[in-house]
Design a protein around this ligand. Structure first.
Ligand code: CDP
Length: 793
């Protein structure tokens, strides 16, 4: 267990080192405004596309008149669903094997759904012409509440699906129902709690958009788009549009935040492609903030009942849950095919229990499609929230300290690899030191004393704990795929004659610092300074195939690929070095950056010398053709399972019910740490997200299905004013199967922080007898919770 406080940075340019703090290589371009985003792409003769969206949540389309729009100045084309249908392009597959309308033909099924598009000479002309399209809607009753969707008389939303007579999307279960029933029957204590994880939105700073450029002469389509998964998108475009895959180039330039929002293929991307094919010109589509919030992939929307069974002395026996999942109008969830509920199966958390069971029903509603994993690995945020809230409810019931209850039930270090009762194999973990470190950093006992004093004075102070285990790095090809594409990643490394290198990745950075950390991984393995290693990604013509960045999978999958490809290059370099030093391969020793003759460090060649030799004139050892490069595809044998202990301290103003997060202690364990500075940045961002979800964020709808979170005036996201100075620490439990022992970290904080904050608020409200209140814990909700119960004595 280490608790780092040292702030030493590597000398960015010189040292041939790998892991450690290092300023980001991408900073100069981002800090000087030289990032190149999709909306920065300007092509000669480029046209602009704007989308007409449905003003209502559920309606039959009676007619669409586009004549006035077509006559509007600067307009080049107006396209409706009927026109797309004629080309068999009106519908496209979603990432969950459902179909979604590119442009509505029969009905609109959510407010904001794409109905028609205009292509014009500039953005203004395109937007103005939208106003001139006359659509007659026959408005139908909308289904907004997932519970209503299940009622027998609820309007059927998906009547486009053959024989569909209800709003049922899928059923899913995991665990052992009978075994769980049995432990619940013999438990001393059973606690159950209803919980809602509201609909929230990833809300990346950059909205979604694309520039499509189809060249009819050579049949090549170039598509700059805001995607987290360029290779997977290319394959899907090939399938949807029937274009030959080798003629499609998807380019994801700098991406201004993804958080899961840029995983799905949106109708806008497809419309831009169609528009470029139709007009023969490059076409740009860039949505505005409201379009992003009302129509692109939302997250969560789970109505959960959690039940926990335990002995009177606090041994947890079983966990059971029943979930109603709202998937919106089309099932646009991005999750491996075998996992319709994502990785929700890890809801047993970090505890060694006897039995578990989950039953889930998913429904369609008249709300935007999605169910993307917003900064979490496929629904793990929901799972962690469930288990960490009900463990706190149990602590309350037992009158036990929540830290003590968790410590008593942790999976023990010697139990790893640990197979959970729902079948997940946690690779490694050592939970108690992580928990103890968080408690020590927080001064836990002192905080409880302070709380007791404040309570006696009528002040509302709460301390909340969450301990999480995540499952990241999807995933083993045998179990995990997205629409049939196995979730493995390619990586290619070329060392040039002068000893500078280029590493090509299939993952796509959205601001996580991949250009730095992947250079560090390669540097650690072959001793070329990170500054001499260029990281290329986000262009399908120039990078190997792989499934992209989401679910914190980059480091677990592509990070492993980068380490292994570098080792492959090093193996080849060793053979060349043996020729140069005229000794056998076995007589060489590697010291980061150079091989020397064993026992004679003076006789050595650097990796740069070897690179020149590999490309130079003269003989090379037998079997070596020259060049210094390699390519691999890495198929992980398991996910990696990072963990963390979070402690939150809140104060609540008894007069206004305003919650203030006073302190937040986050101890993360992501195995081997490549760049601690970047890790801290990831954690700070995720914790800030957590404050948003716990206290502020919710995409709400009125009863007609109007989205009430359609702007950042209504959908509140946190700023520096709402968050404390984060206190971070770490432990290191390497992953046994990852070549460098690293686990993912990008989403840990988003996963772990909401339950810590909610647990703190509920703890503060204990004097009112409050046991639970649903997120977001806005002042009005906290006020209601306080008033719904007896006033404190
Ligand atoms: O897939 P994504 O990049 O979003 O998540 P990640 O793999 O958890 O990585 C987020 C960032 O943290 C990347 O720049 C990683 O290389 C870095 N990281 C690290 O330095 N050490 C780790 N053990 C894990 C991630």
């Amino acid at each position: 267990t280490v608790h780092e406080r040292v702030d030493t940075f590597h000398d960015n340019d010189q040292k041939p080192v790998g892991y450690g703090r290092m300023l980001r290589k991408e900073d100069p371009r981002f800090l000087r405004g030289r990032g190149r985003y999709v909306d920065d792409v300007q092509l000669p003769g480029m046209l602009h596309l704007a989308i007409l969206r449905s003003p209502v949540a559920h309606a039959r389309i009676v007619s669409i008149d586009t004549s006035a729009a077509e006559a509007s100045p600067g307009v080049k084309a107006v396209v409706t669903g009927a026109a797309l249908a004629a080309q068999n392009l009106a519908w496209m597959p979603t990432l969950s094997n459902d179909v979604q309308a590119v442009l509505a033909t029969d009905k609109v099924r959510f407010q904001g759904q794409e109905v028609a598009f205009v292509v014009a000479e500039d953005r203004y002309a395109a937007r103005d012409a939208l106003e001139l399209i006359d659509v007659e809607y026959d408005v139908l009753d909308p289904v907004i509440d997932a519970r209503r969707a299940l009622e027998p008389d609820a309007p059927v939303i998906r009547d486009d699906l053959d024989g569909k007579t209800n709003n049922h999307c899928f059923d899913w279960e995991t665990g052992d129902e009978a075994a769980t029933e049995a432990v619940f029957a013999r438990a001393d204590v059973v606690v159950s709690q209803d919980l809602v994880y509201p609909r929230v939105h990833p809300a990346p700073m950059e909205t979604c958009g694309a520039v499509a450029d189809y060249d009819a002469v050579d049949g090549k389509l170039r598509l700059w788009s805001t995607t987290q998964a360029p290779h997977a998108h290319r394959t899907l475009y090939a399938i949807v549009a029937g274009l030959p895959e080798h003629k499609i180039q998807v380019i994801a330039p700098d991406i201004g935040g993804g958080f899961g929002n840029k995983v799905p293929i949106y109708p806008g991307y497809v419309c831009a492609i169609v528009a470029s094919i139709v007009t023969g010109k490059p076409v740009k589509w860039m949505e505005d903030r409201s379009e992003n919030l009302i129509s692109t992939g939302f997250a969560r929307d789970y109505i959960m009942r959690g039940e926990i069974a335990a002995t009177r002395d606090g041994r947890i026996l079983g966990i059971r849950t029943n979930v109603l999942a709202d998937h919106g109008a089309f099932n646009g969830t991005a999750a491996p095919v075998k996992y319709p509920a994502g990785f929700f199966g890890v809801f047993t958390g970090s505890y060694d229990i006897e039995a578990a069971y989950c039953k889930m029903t998913a429904v369609f509603t008249n709300k935007a499609p999605g169910g993307v994993a917003y900064a979490c690995s496929f629904r793990i945020t929901e799972a962690v929230y469930l288990v960490e809230r009900i463990v706190d409810c149990l602590a309350d019931e037992l009158g036990m300290d929540p830290a003590e209850l968790r410590l008593k039930n942790f999976i023990q270090p010697e139990q790893f690899p640990y197979t959970t009762k729902t079948g997940w194999v946690y690779d490694s973990g050592n939970y108690e030191p992580t928990m103890r470190l968080a408690m020590e950093m927080a001064g836990y006992d002192e905080l409880r004393r302070e709380q007791a004093e404040k309570r006696a004075r009528g002040e509302l102070m709460g301390i909340g704990i969450a301990f999480f285990t995540e499952a990241v790095g999807a995933g083993p090809r045998k179990d995990m795929d997205i629409l049939g594409l196995g979730m493995a990643d390619g990586c290619e490394l070329r060392v040039h004659p002068t000893g500078k290198a280029v590493v090509r990745l299939s993952v796509q950075s959205q601001g996580q610092g991949h250009e730095t950390t992947f250079a560090q991984i390669v540097a650690e393995e072959i001793g070329i300074p990170p500054a001499d290693i260029e990281v290329l990604h986000g262009d399908t013509d120039n990078t190997p195939f792989g499934l992209g960045t989401y679910g914190s999978r980059s480091t677990p999958v592509s990070g492993a690929a980068a380490a292994l490809v570098a080792r492959k290059v090093r193996d080849k370099a060793r053979i060349i070095a043996s020729g140069m030093l005229e000794v056998s391969v076995a007589d060489l020793e590697w010291e980061k950056g150079a091989f020397h003759v064993a026992g004679d460090p003076g006789r050595s060649v650097t990796i740069q010398d070897i690179a020149m030799r590999a490309h130079g004139a003269g003989d090379l050892p037998e079997g070596i053709e020259g060049g210094l490069e390699a390519q691999i595809c890495y198929n992980p044998s398991n996910l990696t399972y990072p963990h963390g202990a979070y402690i939150c301290v809140v104060d609540i103003d008894p007069g206004t019910a305003q919650v203030k997060v006073r302190r937040f202690i986050a101890v993360d364990d992501c195995g081997t740490r490549i760049n601690p500075m970047i890790i801290e940045g990831q954690v700070h961002g995720g914790l800030t997200d957590g404050v948003g979800m716990a206290l502020m964020e919710m995409i709400a709808f009125d009863e007609d299905g109007n989205c009430l979170g359609a702007s950042l005036m209504d959908y509140l996201i946190p700023t520096s004013l709402e968050v404390p100075d984060w206190e971070t620490g770490f432990t290191v439990t390497p992953s046994p199967h990852h070549p460098i022992g690293a686990k993912g970290v990008g989403e840990s904080a988003t996963v772990g922080s909401p339950p810590a904050i909610v647990n703190a608020v509920i703890d503060a409200l204990k004097p009112f007898g409050v046991r639970h209140a649903d997120m977001p814990l806005t002042p009005s909700r906290v006020w209601d919770a306080m008033r719904g119960q007896a006033r404190p004595p």
